[in-house]
Design a binder for this molecule. Structure first.
Ligand SMILES: *Cc1c(COP(=O)(O)O)cnc(C)c1O
Length: 427
């Protein structure tokens, strides 16, 4: 019989879990334990030899359970399942997206190195780069969404730090404007600046799209990072993060995690195992709803512009990158309301079904005002360059009925009074 390869969504309920090791329980129980009993002293010794890299693993050997800061069944099963979506060798789960991101930056950058990153970045990542990495002497250069790859190459060369380039850090599509960066082109750029002794790594924060609609490792990236708080958790009830990549890099990430002690708890890992079972149906429904909503907003008289991947114009560079690296337009829709902060706030204050909150990727739809909320800390001039203005509203679309969502958007827009005959001031 031909060997059948199951799709990840078919494996999310069972993969990596052996019921016979847990009294036959159909679901993986919570291993709420700090430590694990060794059968013999020899076994304990052998486990530690592997955990501390004191010898090579023999072909059939697996690292045994030692202590929940190093390993735990809930974490291991979750990590194995997450690997399926991104086709990664290994995964490490963290207590937050920020701890996943900061651990990667700490492990692969040292004083004197150069980090090149795409703008805009998640606020927490931006803060870590400018308030921590800068302080320890890591050089950083931010690239704007409209800069071409040739311009970026020139900027790196002109900086005089090309030989120090250690990492390219990308966030695409970017929050909150859905600006797209071509992962493959940046991976080629990283190759161009790599030498035999020094490989320039490409790390991608795939929170906005993943792990379903974009697979950065398949586009040449070395590491993919997630705030698992968002789509992976998917129910606004936990904070977690994940990093995936090849075995060699992940060994380094997991080793630093062991000593920082920022792994996720067994209970949160267990909640995520439950979330993964419905990941595909949730994300399918969310993107279906988002496409309908983006179309609705795009033709609404009180909406000036919609930022949504499904509305990118054919022929543009962004569209080409989108076609190459994304399999769906996702469920994040931002738009400029006609008017300014007053009109945006009136709209937000009148929503009935959608909740006014930051975060994204959850089953319930959320709305927020990036300029005064998620991106309040970003430099005003940079914000203007990135279209984060008073008019911008960001929506994270959930799994509700699209009809109900459209009703809600319609009545909230109805409440906004604008003189449609006025010529809008464009700043
Ligand atoms: C939320 C978010 C993070 C941070 O994740 P936490 O789980 O809140 O620590 C990082 N990157 C992106 C794109 C995010 O949306």
């Amino acid at each position: 019989m031909e060997k059948h390869k199951f799709n990840p969504e078919s494996l999310m309920m069972t993969y990596g879990y052996k019921p016979e090791l847990s009294e036959g329980a159909i679901k993986c129980p919570i291993f709420q334990t700090s430590t694990f009993v060794f059968k013999t002293a020899e076994e304990g010794k052998a486990f530690f030899e592997l955990a501390y890299g004191l010898r090579e693993k023999s072909p059939k050997e697996e690292l045994g359970l030692i202590y929940s800061r190093i390993n735990n069944p809930n974490l291991e099963i979750l990590e194995n399942r997450l690997c399926l979506w991104d086709k990664a060798d290994d995964c490490a789960v963290f207590e937050s997206g920020m701890s996943a991101i900061s651990t990667v930056l700490l492990e692969f950058l040292k004083p004197g190195d150069l980090l090149v990153y795409s703008n805009p970045l998640y606020g927490g990542t931006d803060h870590f780069i400018h308030h921590f990495l800068d302080k320890i002497g890591v050089h950083t250069i931010g690239v704007m969404p409209n800069q071409s790859i040739d311009e970026v190459i020139q900027i790196i060369k002109d900086s005089g730090l090309a030989e120090k380039l250690a990492m390219i850090y990308l966030e695409t599509p970017a929050n909150p404007t859905n600006d797209i960066v071509d992962i493959e082109k940046f991976s080629q750029l990283a190759k161009q600046f790599s030498t035999k002794e020094r490989k320039v790594l490409v790390a991608v924060d795939n929170t906005y799209m993943g792990p379903l609609w974009q697979h950065p490792l398949q586009c040449g990236a070395d590491l993919v990072l997630y705030s698992a708080t968002k789509y992976i958790g998917g129910h606004s009830d936990l904070i977690a993060g994940a990093v995936l990549g090849n075995a060699e890099l992940m060994l380094r990430v997991k080793t630093l995690r062991t000593f920082l002690g920022n792994m996720v708890s067994p209970h949160t890992a267990w909640l995520m195992l439950r979330s993964l079972e419905t990941l595909k149906v949730r994300m399918d429904q969310q993107t279906k709803n988002a496409e309908i909503i983006a179309d609705y907003l795009n033709s609404h008289a009180k909406v000036e512009k919609v930022y949504y991947l499904g509305l990118l114009k054919e022929g543009s560079e962004a569209f080409a990158a989108y076609q190459k690296q994304c399999s769906a337009p996702g469920a994040m829709v931002s738009f400029d309301i006609k008017g300014g902060e007053k009109e945006a706030f009136t709209f937000l204050n009148h929503l009935k079904l959608m909740k006014l909150a930051v975060s994204l990727g959850s089953t319930e739809s959320l709305a927020e005002h990036p300029k005064t909320m998620t991106h309040a800390g970003v430099d005003e001039e940079q914000r203007r360059q990135m279209n984060i203005t008073d008019r911008l509203v960001r929506l994270s679309i959930g799994v509700e009925s699209a009809k109900d969502l459209i009703w809600d958007l319609g009545q909230a827009l109805e409440a906004v009074e604008i003189d449609l005959t006025l010529k809008l001031e464009r700043v």
